[in-house]
Design a protein around this ligand. Structure first.
Ligand SMILES: *Cc1c(COP(=O)(O)O)cnc(C)c1O
Length: 385
């Protein structure tokens, strides 16, 4: 008699044992042990009163990190790009005029999404690493008279921080809503949502908030909520429909989709860690670590890609010195001490290292550890300071 073979019997894998990594890249970033502990807590139902309470807590905490008292917080089940797509599908109607400040990879992604939603797009192009002055921002918006304006606050592909004040002021003068990409900035540098005048902001959990990837916290101004309430057409995405998500998470608590319970636990804990440190103290810690990092990098004879006044405290772009193969430097760091950093892409491919000194890594000790290993990796590629 032949024995029926069990196909699954041949599927054997070793137990999960992720290598130890120091995540000094643009994201995902290091996670506090308390957040890992929160991830392992037992789940409850997504309509359970306990979970509804957790969602409510998360919304309050999200408002705090964004710096909004007047706005609403909503959390999208998905990564930062889901928040980006939620912003586009809800606030950019087909044929609407959409003006985008295009100075990096993520403004291109915004453009692509708006294109797929049928928007009429106007782009203000600048090279990667540059930002827009107040006058340039105002002139562009006055000329284009868009219905929606989008800018990337911390452009992770270039290391440049775009201030939003002048953009928001000019946009509101022409009656436009402003979408601000705060994916890397939230939790790392001040966003000041209300003060800046942003209408729709989205972020992620795995960069400035030191949490694993999986959720996209959003802030939405009163003006934008009113606009959305008055919108008569349905957004093209059902899953990302903010009216439905708002109803589920803050009004009726009726089922829309099954929220990823464990990720909400994790985000709540990550935000509690931030509250306990104090958001201002956290920003200051990132600024201090950045000063020390830049000092160390310049002492090695390397150059920063972005001028000092436009840098992002938690994400830096360092120019690759001539003759050095940046991919080999990164491989050296990963294979040796287990340090992950990122390279450039698009017009900056091969030209910059992208290095995140954020969350638990933003301390003097960790900066010095990184600089020592970075120097060794560069030296191994023949670079001498
Ligand atoms: C990472 C990033 C995104 C996309 O977020 P994902 O979580 O990777 O989907 C969007 N915008 C900026 C500025 C980012 O850095």
């Amino acid at each position: 008699m032949s024995v029926v073979e069990q196909p699954t019997a041949t599927l054997h894998f070793p137990p999960l044992q992720p290598p130890k990594r120091y995540l000094f890249g643009p994201g995902p970033t290091m996670v506090d042990p308390r957040v890992y502990a929160a991830l392992s807590k037992p789940i409850v139902g997504h309509l359970d009163a306990y979970f509804i309470q957790v969602m409510g807590d998360v919304q309050q905490l999200v408002k705090m990190v964004y710096g909004t008292t007047d706005g609403s917080a909503l959390v999208i089940s998905g990564t930062g790009s889901a928040g980006m797509e939620a912003a586009i599908t809800n606030f950019v109607e087909p044929a609407a005029k959409f003006a985008v400040f295009a100075n990096g990879y993520f403004s291109d992604r915004l453009t692509e999404m708006a294109k797929r939603h049928g928007a009429n797009i106007a782009r203000f192009e600048k090279s990667w690493g540059e930002v827009y002055s107040d006058d340039e921002a105002r002139d562009f918006i006055r000329r284009e008279k868009p219905q929606v304006v989008a800018f990337v606050h911390a452009e992770t592909s270039t290391g440049a921080l775009q201030k939003g004040d002048a953009i928001c002021k000019a946009a509101h003068e022409v009656g436009a809503l402003v979408i601000g990409d705060c994916v890397t900035s939230l939790g790392g540098v001040p966003v000041n949502f209300d003060e800046t005048g942003i209408d729709v902001a989205y972020s992620c959990t795995q960069k400035g908030l030191s949490c694993p990837p999986g959720l996209s916290p959003m802030a939405i101004s009163e003006r934008a909520m009113k606009w959305l309430g008055a919108r008569t057409t349905s957004p093209r995405s059902w899953y990302l429909d903010l009216k439905l998500i708002h109803d589920y998470s803050t009004v009726s608590h009726r089922y829309h989709h099954t929220a990823p319970i464990s990720m909400f636990y994790a985000l709540r804990e990550a935000l509690m860690v931030i509250v306990e440190e104090g958001i201002e103290n956290r920003w200051e810690r990132h600024r201090r670590a950045n000063r020390s990092f830049v000092g160390g990098v310049e002492a090695l004879g390397l150059k920063m890609h972005v001028p000092p006044e436009h840098r992002i405290a938690n994400l830096s772009t360092v120019r690759v010195p001539p003759g050095v193969d940046e991919a080999k430097v990164r491989k050296h760091l990963l294979d040796g001490p287990g340090i992950e950093i990122a390279g450039g892409f698009g017009p900056l491919a091969g030209k910059v290292f992208r290095i995140g000194i954020m969350g638990p890594l933003a301390t003097e000790e960790n900066v010095q550890f990184f600089l020592r290993e970075f120097k060794k990796a560069l030296n191994a590629q023949g670079y001498e300071a």
